[in-house]
Design a protein around this ligand. Structure first.
Ligand SMILES: N[C@H](CCC[C@H](N)C(=O)O)C(=O)O
Length: 271
């Protein structure tokens, strides 16, 4: 790929993404990891936690998500809200009815509410049924914690801590069980803030510490609701440095995540 091409910049609770329109796949094809790294570079590039390529696949929109290091991940919760906001803003889809968006973790049902000015309406995503896969351990330096393995389409380890500062600067991936997580893991550190109210930090596989993680917030909610013995249809507030998300687990165990999604810029680049 040579020459300049269009991009957009957007974020969901300050988990930020470069969007690459590529509807028929002719612009970027199989996106090279080095291009993703260049686009996500916060000094030499546009800067983002990940890239969302916008492409048609089998008569649906497919969210081709990549982490900032160029690695591929199954699903991105904040990203799919921004992806859906983009489709609506461009008139490619309408608000108010479920959009079926394809991902590497299957098709997700996403509803974009028309915001006050169409920019900041809330977006609700059916994230499917997260799986609780037992106890594990994570560590940062000399500090170790029990954690809960939760699969949200992508892998998570959720550790309840006394203080979010206990996790330290989180400049490196926390130590984890390589046999349980052969492809790496997103690690969340959580404190209680009240009934059905938690706060978290996350070190994301392939992106480092981010200001928010949608799949991570769902993993945290499920771990907390399980520990609380909470019944279905209880809204949990999950606070993150980038802002709160509302997460609900339905009767059938499906998790609905609701939060903002904003497009902040459009442009062209030749990165
Ligand atoms: N920021 C994303 C998570 C990306 C997951 C990725 N870091 C991985 O699983 O490797 C979210 O909002 O769910």
């Amino acid at each position: 790929m040579t020459g300049s091409y269009p991009f957009l910049k957007g974020h969901g609770t300050r988990n930020d993404f470069v969007l690459l329109p590529d509807h028929d796949g002719s612009v970027h094809g199989d996106l090279a990891a080095e291009r993703v790294r260049a686009l996500c570079d916060r000094r030499g590039g546009i800067g983002a936690d990940g890239v969302l390529r916008v492409v048609r696949r089998d008569d649906r929109w497919f969210m081709d998500y990549r982490n900032a290091d160029g690695s591929v991940a199954e699903m991105c919760g904040n990203g799919i809200r921004v992806f859906a906001r983009h489709l609506v803003d461009e008139g490619l889809e309408q608000t108010g009815h479920p959009l079926l968006i394809d991902t590497r973790d299957g098709v997700k049902n996403v509803t974009v509410d028309a915001g006050a000015d169409g920019r900041d309406g809330r977006v609700t995503v059916d994230m499917g049924v997260p799986r609780l896969l037992g106890a594990t351990r994570v560590a940062v330096g000399e500090r170790r914690w029990d954690a809960v393995h939760v699969d949200v389409g992508n892998p998570h380890a959720v550790a309840f801590v006394d203080d979010l500062a206990d996790a330290g600067p989180l400049r490196e991936a926390p130590d984890h069980d390589p046999e349980r997580y052969p492809d790496g893991v997103n690690v969340e550190f959580v404190v209680r803030r009240g009934e059905h109210h938690v706060a978290m930090r996350v070190h994301e596989r392939g992106s480092g510490e981010t200001q928010a993680c949608g799949t991570g917030a769902c993993a945290v909610m499920v771990a907390a609701a399980e520990a609380d013995g909470a019944g279905p249809d209880v809204d949990y507030r999950v606070d993150q440095p980038g802002g709160p998300l509302t997460i609900r687990r339905t009767e059938g165990g499906r998790v609905l995540m609701t939060g903002p999604a904003v497009i902040v810029a459009r442009g062209t680049t030749d990165l």
